[in-house]
Design a protein around this ligand. Sequence first.
Ligand SMILES: [Zn+2]
Length: 254
Amino acid sequence: MKRWFPLGMALLVLGCLITNCAVVPETGRRQLMSMSVQEEAQLGLQAFQQYRKQKPVSQNTRLANRVRQVGRRLAAVSQVPGAQWEFVLFEDNEPNAFAVPGGKVGVNTGIMRIAQDDAGLATIIGHEIAHLTARHAAERLSQKRVAQVGAGIVGAVFPEANALNTGVGVGAQLGLLRFSRAHELEADQIGTLLMARAGYDPREAVAFWQRFAAYKQQKGSGSSLEFLSTHPLATRRIAALQAFVPNAMNEYRL
Ligand SMILES: [Zn+2]
C-alpha cells in the first residue's frame, strides 16, 4: 500500500542521516539534533549572564522567593540533564518569562499580576522548563544548520527570544529566533505534566491562559507584548491545553 510521506518527515529523515536525531522526553517526538547538551548550555549561560548584567533584578524578596520555590519544585520533577537551576525575578512590567539552556529561568514582575497564585506561576515556569526538557533551542539551531539558513550567524535560539532581545543587545549578538507554534504547544503539554507531578493542579494552566487572553484583549490587538506574539493564539492554545489536562490529571496527586 502506498503511503504519502510528508515532506517534513522526509527532511527530518534526511537531516537525521546527515546529523543526529533525538527523542523528546515526555512526548516521544523525534527531533533533529546536531548540538550537544554542553554546547547548548554554554550558549545559554553566556546569554543569561549578559542579560543579567543589563536588567535589574527585583528587590521584592517575597515574590522572588515564591518564584524560586515554585521553580525548584518543578525542576525537581523535570528531566533536564546537567541543569544548574536558577530562577530570577526581573524588574520589568512586560508580562513575560523565558528560559535558556543550562537551567536559567527569568520571570518578569509584570507577569505576576496575571499569574495571581502559585499554580499560575507554575504554569509559566512549567512551560519554560518544558522548552528546556524538549531542547527546543538546540532543535531550532539544528534545523537552521541543516537548512543552511543563517550561515555565519553566531547562532543560538532561545525561548521567548524577544525577552532577551529587547533593548539589551544580546539578541543581536546571538541571532535569536522565535519558537514555532508546535514547540509552544509541546511546551504546554510537558508543562502540564510537570505541574501535576510537582503538586500543582494542571487545570490551572487553562485558567492562566484565559486570564492572559483577557489581558491581551484589554490591551488591544496592537499590543507588541513578546510573550503574546511568540505564543500561539489564545483560543487554539486553550483548546489544546484542555486536551492535555486529562493526561496530566492522571499524575496529579490530590
Ligand atoms: Zn514558550
